[in-house]
Design a binder for this molecule. Structure first.
Ligand code: DGJ
Length: 328
């Protein structure tokens, strides 16, 4: 009997240790400052990154600047935002479009899934010499990893368009948000049902010269981060919020330090956990003129009681199951 109790105790201790270990595995550490390596040990090249979550897997696409100023678009996948598997080049110079790499280049590719057409759609900045083309590129595929087909490269609704992002609302309405008319304003382009083209544009933040927009919706309120237009140099990130997507945005206000902790916004991720929803700011730490060495930086974005702030943690832990974060 004595023996049985002891055995029982040992078993309980073992089970407790195993549970703790298993729980420990749910926590991942995001370390900022260094270049990321993929699961093969190669440097991750996904600048100006866009993300799409499919089930438990996160897909990330971005500019591959390893070899040239004409980036291919790389795709990676991860279940923990820490270990990234290279899925391939989903858009490639000279392959996906004959002009790509020959006077044509892509910046800030962003990924969408259209439930109606069951197609994956990429929107990006589709540019030419001296940023004079000011166009948007659209590609689509049946599978998330491609192959992607070129759909169009033009000024949406005839409007000059540069830095960009996408946002999908709860009802599936998608927007392409870009810096328009020679970097003067932001254009909120409402996309058609198939997400392949724009049906209307609302011009907002007139004359404010904002770029690198990134929008997240929290409890019915839209929050937008954006930067000023200073090339590859970091500047003050500004926040604006609204109850409606195409009107009522609050005046721009400073968020973070005067150089956005040496980053420029690329995306905002929503991590829906069992205990809480956590928001993550993903930014580029551009290394001009050494752009291939630009770093991807992730900071917790604290959005609570209608307020929003960036937590510039050098490293932090996140539990992707519960959504909790731990900062030092
Ligand atoms: C800042 C933009 O955010 C980048 O995507 C890129 O277009 C650079 N400007 C070019 O100077």
């Amino acid at each position: 009997m004595m023996m049985n109790t002891r055995r029982m105790m040992t078993l309980i201790m073992l089970l407790t240790a195993l549970t703790t270990m298993a729980k420990g595995k749910d926590w991942v550490t995001i370390q900022n400052g260094e270049l990321w390596r993929d699961t093969e040990g190669n440097v991750v090249q996904a600048h100006g990154a866009g993300f799409l979550q499919v089930g438990k897997t996160w897909y990330m696409i971005g500019e591959d600047r390893s070899k040239s100023w004409n980036p291919d678009v790389n795709m990676y996948s991860s279940r923990d935002l820490q270990h990234w598997k290279f899925e391939g080049k989903i858009i490639q110079n000279g392959v996906t479009h004959p002009d790509l790499g020959k006077g044509r280049f892509i910046e800030r590719p962003k990924l969408l899934y259209n439930k109606k057409t069951k197609k994956y759609v990429v929107w990006c900045h589709w540019e030419g010499h001296n940023y004079g083309a000011s166009e948007a590129g659209v590609f689509y595929a049946d599978n998330i990893t491609g192959p992607y087909t070129f759909h169009s490269g033009e000024r949406p609704l005839g409007i000059k368009s540069r830095d960009c992002n996408v946002f999908v609302d709860d009802d599936g309405t998608a927007y392409f948000i870009s810096t328009i008319e020679e970097n003067q304003h932001l254009g909120f382009f409402k996309l058609k049902d198939d997400y392949l083209s724009a049906e209307s544009c609302t011009t907002l933040f007139k004359g404010k010269s904002r770029e690198a927009p990134a929008i997240v919706k929290v409890e019915g309120k839209y929050y937008m981060l954006s930067s000023a237009c200073t090339g590859w140099d970091p500047n003050q990130c500004k926040l604006s919020y609204s109850e409606r997507m195409t009107e009522g945005w609050s005046p721009l206000e400073n968020i973070g330090d005067r150089i956005a902790y040496d980053t420029q916004a690329a995306s905002i991720l929503t991590i829906k956990g069992s205990k809480q929803t956590t928001y993550l700011y993903v930014g580029d730490r551009w290394m001009d003129p050494d752009l291939p060495n630009s770093k991807t930086i992730i900071f917790p974005l604290i959005i609570k009681d209608g307020k929003c702030d960036i937590l510039p943690a050098q490293s932090f832990q996140i539990n992707l199951k519960t959504g909790e974060i731990k900062t030092p």
